[in-house]
Design a protein around this ligand. Structure first.
Ligand SMILES: Nc1ncnc2c1ncn2[C@@H]1O[C@H](COP(=O)(O)OP(=O)(O)OP(=O)(O)O)[C@@H](O)[C@H]1O
Ligand SMILES: [Mg+2]
Length: 361
């Protein structure tokens, strides 16, 4: 598992990058990228990606077709003022900034989805802001825009997979990366927040980092039974473990009890049953799994067998190409693996926010 090279930053010499790494920095500079290129495409363009992932997956789908590059969504130049947090009913129309076109998943009419909890826990918007996460009802930010593009690409691919017969797997997305600290949880949260804002989709964010769960604390949610409990105990209904939030369309499934046998439980036949239950009668629901580092623990490799798409987070100038190749090979059970660039920057105020670097073509 040798790292051969680090991923360079585009358009940034060392001095510039060093300057950016200081805690008191300028605002995001809107890094250059090719016309129509998303973060996923830019990341993939950096590697001989086909050579890394050229193998068929187990799903009954065609070989991965490249999703069409999404056109950048237009947003108002003037940010909208943040609305006070409220407790809307579940699946109410999204508020404020994220009024978006219909999801590609929303095609046929659907039966009522499986019911989750009636409790809708309040999410502290300020806490989201402090962590550099997307704030529902907040202003349009570069971060929001970036995740809109990423989301659109994944939803289009999900719709393609469903049309190709991948079933519920088409609704599942695994977030992984080779090492700790590369931004899996950060990107999983932002992706979930972005999908929750879709008019005709909802999202269940599952914490599958059993040894080091962090979704509940990031969202300020109370602890409770979760995925591992449902896997270990067949009498537990997985749907009963899901927490509602006051963000319309956002559901959370905690990791549950830690066990040294998490890999064995995930490898058991119960996993398929549990995961099926989470999307029962709910074809508009996307399920996102936040996972532990692929090179440090096996849950990501196990979950890769059940998802239609895997997004591997690449932290610019930190993730090594060798490690990336090793991780992608461990995630080989998933037929569609895509890379997503991630890095951190600092604002003049010192408050951290998300930003991403592009590569030179
Ligand atoms: N683009 C970004 N902008 C700002 N902060 C970021 C960004 N990406 C990650 N971070 C921060 O970096 C830290 C590590 O990120 P995160 O916890 O998401 O990594 P991880 O891959 O989930 O790590 P682990 O494998 O240990 O769970 C967190 O404090 C997170 O908020
Ligand atoms: Mg994490």
């Amino acid at each position: 598992m040798t790292e051969h090279s680090k991923i360079p930053l585009s358009g940034h010499d060392d001095a510039a990058h060093e300057a950016e790494s200081q805690p008191q920095k300028q605002a995001p500079t809107g890094r250059t990228r090719g016309p129509g290129e998303s973060l996923i495409e830019r990341a993939a363009g950096r590697f001989d990606f086909n050579a890394i992932i050229a193998r068929p997956g187990p799903l009954p789908v065609e070989p991965a077709r490249k999703a069409p590059a999404p056109a950048a969504l237009r947003v108002a130049a003037t940010p909208e003022p943040a609305a006070p947090a409220s407790v809307p009913p579940p699946f109410a129309a999204p508020l404020a900034a994220e009024q978006e076109p219909a999801s590609p998943l929303a095609e046929p009419p659907f039966a009522a989805p499986i019911a989750f909890s009636d409790d809708h826990h309040p999410i502290d918007r300020e806490h989201l802001r402090e962590q550099g996460l997307i704030v529902p009802e907040g202003t349009v930010t570069a971060l929001l825009e970036e995740f809109r593009i990423v989301k659109r690409q994944l939803l289009v691919q999900a719709a393609d997979l469903r049309r190709q017969g991948a079933g519920a797997a088409s609704q599942r997305i695994l977030i992984s990366s080779p090492h700790p600290g590369e931004g899996k949880t950060y990107c999983a949260l932002n992706l979930a927040l972005s999908i929750a804002a879709e008019k005709e989709s909802e999202v269940l964010l599952v914490d599958a980092d059993f040894a080091k769960p962090s979704i509940l604390s990031a969202l300020g949610l109370p602890g409770g039974p979760g995925l591992m409990d449902a896997l270990m105990d067949e009498t537990i209904d997985p749907a009963a473990c899901v927490l509602g939030t006051d963000i319309p369309g956002l559901w959370i499934m905690p990791a549950g009890d830690a066990t040294i046998n998490d890999s064995e439980y995930l490898a058991s036949s119960r996993t398929a049953e549990v995961l099926e239950r989470l999307t029962e009668n709910a074809p508009r629901r996307m399920v996102i799994f936040d996972s532990p580092p692929a090179l440090a623990a096996s849950p990501a490799a196990e979950l890769a067998k059940y998802v239609g798409q895997t997004v591997v987070i690449v932290r610019a100038d930190r993730t090594g190409q060798g490690a990336l190749e090793d991780a992608i090979s461990l995630l080989g059970a998933c037929p569609n693996v895509q890379l997503l660039l991630n890095d951190a920057q600092f604002s003049p105020s010192g408050r951290r926010f998300g930003s991403y670097y592009g590569y030179k073509g």
